[in-house]
Design a protein around this ligand. Sequence first.
Ligand code: SAM
Length: 437
Amino acid sequence: MSTNTSTGAHSRAVAAQAIHAVLEQGQSLTQALTTYSEQLSAEDKRLAQAISYGVMRYLPVLTEKVSGKLDKPLKGKNQIIQSLLLVGTYQLFKLRTKDHAAVSATVEASKLLKRKALSGLVNGVLRQVLREAPTRNDDGERELPSAEGGNHPRWLREKIRAAYGEKAEAVFTANDSQPPLWLRANRRHTNVTDYTALLAENGIEAVADSQASDAIRLVKPVPVTKLPHFEAGWVSVQDRSAQLAADMVDAQPEHRVLDCCAAPGGKTVHLLERTEFQTPLIAIDVDEQRLERVSENLYRADLSCEVVCADVLDLDSWWDKQPFDRILLDAPCSATGVIRRHPDIKWLRRSSDIDQLVELQQSMLERLWPTLKPGGQLIYATCSILPEENSEQISHFLGQHSDANLIAIEANRPMLQLLPGENDGDGFFYAKIEKLP
Ligand SMILES: C[S@@+](CC[C@H](N)C(=O)[O-])C[C@H]1O[C@@H](n2cnc3c(N)ncnc32)[C@H](O)[C@@H]1O
């Protein structure tokens, strides 16, 4: 879409298209934004992204506000206007754009979406939203009340409440908030202390994490192009909770290491940055397209390993019968720990997906166990916060394998379940299982 007439209308039209693709076609928001924002300027892209992520965070309350003002639901080709109204309503609450400019950019967007006949409706609904809206606070935003039942689908809300009781509210709040930007310092070029100082010299305020040994949090996010030596691989973007994987694996140069379910390669590259392996690390994933990202990430960091496209369950297709000292199984999961980064997950996942994921994770654990050397360690990780994928999965596995021994991660936490927002990180789970000789 051309940006020649840009008044922000193009960003709003793209945001509406992306939201429509998530809600009506089940696409991920990242994928939809990539498709629709190809021709936007970098600035318009950022705006489309900020708006569409915001709409995904607050979908129920925005839907309540919009639907109450329509005589009848918008159907068929006009459904895209429902998404545009969500965009318009979100910006009136959460963006600092002047109200009249925001309304007129959204009306303009309805024309770009070839729904000129509905531009009057868009104008009317947004003006009504505005009349009922509270005044802006000191930050220039308007308070968005919680929808009845909050901003999560019911099944997920109930699962989180059942698992975490009174801590559940903090999880919901963290999921609704914008996450910080975390960097991982590449030990081959720098370290946390030196790079934090380098950032300060460049006017970027940052703090080191107390636990994840290579993690740096930016006090305010900046585009990666502003980060010193980013292109040369001095740092990568990766949440601090995900960075703990390399600490858990604790690989030594002589170890034969399997990074299982490796794409897009964040943890693969981290493992390679820290250790020069005598035998190449093997990174496996079933998704060929996602594996291209592994290769890109390796290239930027100027590192290499054996990248294999295979279904991990099909051992005969990839395993040469040489056992591993370390296996990192970063299993496919509900991703319920990273909702603050991918709020579309809330609307894409179904309750029924969870049972299927639990089954797949269990099969992966079972298939991989014989490939681990006696005395070796398997690190099971997910970015889920649901016990059935995590502690219950591991307890079940331990119950089935007398040669499996859980190594406690911390004195009082045999398995590590991090909740979103804990230490400013994503929700993540780790368990370390040793194979008894
Ligand atoms: C949580 S992501 C991995 C993230 C990655 N470890 C990182 O740090 O960048 C899970 C991955 O599992 C892969 N996957 C799912 N089923 C698989 C299978 N049967 N065999 C191999 N990989 C699989 C997916 O393609 C996806 O890339």
